[in-house]
Design a protein around this ligand. Structure first.
Ligand code: ATP
Length: 228
């Protein structure tokens, strides 16, 4: 996937916010790409632009006929549908209940198949959110901090599920994260974003990074803006 000089401004109280400030980028769609950067640097905007959820002002996003699925931080489950129906909802034409039930099982939700979102914990909702993305055939996942609301243990469990899915399905992702540990656990490529621009690309196959190394590199690049 190629992005060429992608620009997106927001206008707030007559002020221009340059959320995407001329992004030119090659994304290998077979790889696990992680996007990190300080708050408000434009990560979600970039993901939404790639997913076609918001229009851009200028530039090009070339993704051929790539089928993308979006996984939001907030699970956005429909409250009037149970777990099974929520997952089936994304397969509008012909829900494949066998596949849906397999993912419910993998996610450890067998006993909650018929439960409604209000009856689920935050971690369970996150699992339904993932199952819903995995069950739908796609070439590339766009994930916007899907585990941000979870504790460390649940987060790591779901990271393992995600990696195992990606391996089996032979797809890649672009995953927005605030968490450098998560970026190292999940990523093959790490992009660092600052003020609407991509300022660094790290290929973890070329050089291995540990948490402390990444943290000090990140701090140097970002220049004192906070990150976990
Ligand atoms: N719909 C909108 N209207 C106006 N401004 C917006 C809108 N969406 C985002 N912005 C602004 O654009 C900038 C980039 O926002 P974005 O959500 O893409 O950042 P982010 O890096 O994902 O932030 P965070 O890590 O805090 O979620 C921010 O200054 C934000 O306030």
């Amino acid at each position: 996937m190629k992005l060429k000089d992608v620009r997106k401004n927001y206008y707030l109280d007559k002020k221009i916010i340059r959320a995407l400030d001329g992004i030119t980028l090659d994304i290998d769609i077979c790889k696990r790409n992680v996007l990190i950067g300080p708050s408000a640097c434009g990560k979600s905007t970039l993901l939404k632009a790639i997913g076609g959820l918001i229009p851009i002002d200028k530039g090009k996003i070339l993704k051929d006929n790539l089928k993308t699925s979006f996984v939001f931080q907030n699970p956005r489950l429909l409250p009037w549908l149970n777990v099974r129906e929520n997952i089936a909802f994304s397969m509008k034409d012909k829900p494949l209940y066998e596949k849906i039930d397999r993912w419910i099982s993998i996610m450890g939700l067998d006993d909650f198949k018929n439960a409604y979102p209000s009856e689920l914990s935050g971690g369970m909702k996150a699992r339904v959110n993932l199952a819903r993305a995995f069950v739908y055939p796609n070439d590339f996942l766009l994930m916007d901090e899907p585990f941000a609301s979870l504790d460390q243990v649940k987060k790591e469990e779901l990271e393992i599920e995600l990696l195992s899915y990606i391996k089996k399905a032979n797809t890649g992702f672009l995953f927005v994260s605030h968490d450098l540990n998560e970026a190292l656990n999940l990523g093959e490529i790490i992009f660092i974003m600052k003020k609407g621009k991509i300022v660094s690309k790290l290929n973890l196959a070329e050089k291995s990074w540990n948490y402390e190394g990444l943290k000090s590199y990140f701090k140097k690049i970002i220049g004192g803006e906070n990150e976990k």
